[in-house]
Write a protein that binds this ligand. Structure first.
Ligand code: NDP
Ligand code: 8X3
Length: 252
């Protein structure tokens, strides 16, 4: 029987690649994001290319009421979620605290921490009732180390690491597995968002070395969610071969 996986932030990058890969690997999908046109295009592609069922939910994860409303709008046969992939997230800006923008900090904290918590609260309650499930939090190398000017983004990913560990302890007795997937640099829309649409600045991030691609992370997530019931991948760090730690790159 196909399991149902909910992926937050599936309109681009890692979330989209994961949706496409899981659709080919015996999963049904609930995908979320703010860009409805992208969600519709993904649904069309998945329905055309795979036997997976797909349901789209268009909401802003920072809004708790909108999150509750979206999930309660799922039809009865979509209410059971076997796997939650908390992927929606972003970095906004890159600067010291002295000249950082409070609006950027709030966007990151509201999305990467509070948004993740809102959706996890609702879905984990369903998993407790169902007697099991699996939550996969997309963290980062930035959840393990702090790099120059990355202060608040790194803090949000350190929070994801702490929340992951807390969930794992609290959900142990309910049979809910909890994993963290921590990528290094992945060439997605991440840097374009961080630099507010500045293509040159975004492109420079991945210049001169081979970064990870979204599909590489999707393959890692597929591995994590297809282990047998008695095996949990607690935490997996996946890096480009050209990157060591968060700051060292083998740029040509
Ligand atoms: P993308 O910018 O390509 O994708 C981000 C996704 O998050 C989009 O689908 C976006 O959808 C969604 N999202 C952002 N804000 C919101 C919101 N308020 N409500 C709903 N959805 C939202 O970046 P990535 O694929 O790279 O990022 C995915 C995750 O991976 C993030 O958590 C990021 O921190 C993490 N990560 C990324 C790395 C990288 O180098 N790229 C490395 C390590 C971790 P929409 O805009 O349509 O709402
Ligand atoms: C994204 C990777 O190193 O730019 O989490 O923070 S990094």
């Amino acid at each position: 029987m196909r399991k149902t996986v909910l992926i937050s932030g599936a309109t681009s990058g890692i979330g989209e690649a994961t949706a496409l890969l899981l659709a080919q690997n015996n999963f049904n999908l609930i995908v979320t994001g703010r860009r409805q046109d992208r969600l519709l295009a993904l649904k069309e592609k998945i329905e055309k290319d795979s036997p997976a069922g797909i349901f789209i939910l268009n909401f802003d994860i920072r809004n708790e009421e909108a999150t509750k409303k979206a999930i309660s709008s799922l039809p009865d046969d979509w209410q059971k979620v076997d796997i939650l992939i908390n992927n929606a997230g972003l970095a906004a800006g890159l600067s010291g605290i002295n000249d950082g923008t409070t609006d950027d900090w709030e966007r990151m904290i509201d999305t990467n921490i509070k948004g993740l918590l809102y959706i996890s609260k609702i879905i984990s309650a369903k998993m407790v009732k169902a007697g099991g499930g699996h939550i996969v939090n997309i963290s980062s190398i930035a959840g393990k180390e702090t790099y120059p000017m990355g202060n608040v983004y790194c803090a949000t990913k350190h929070a994801v690491q702490a929340i992951t560990k807390g969930m794992r302890i609290d959900f142990l007795k309910y049979g809910i597995k909890v994993s963290a997937v921590c990528p290094g640099a992945v060439d997605t829309e991440f840097s374009l968002v961080r630099f507010k649409g500045d293509k040159q600045k975004a492109g420079n991030v991945y210049k001169g070395f081979t970064p990870l691609y979204a599909e590489d992370v999707a393959q890692t997530i597929l591995f994590v969610v297809t282990r047998p019931k008695h095996v949990n991948i607690d935490d997996i760090l996946v890096m480009p071969s050209d990157q060591a730690y968060s700051r060292d790159f083998n740029r040509q």
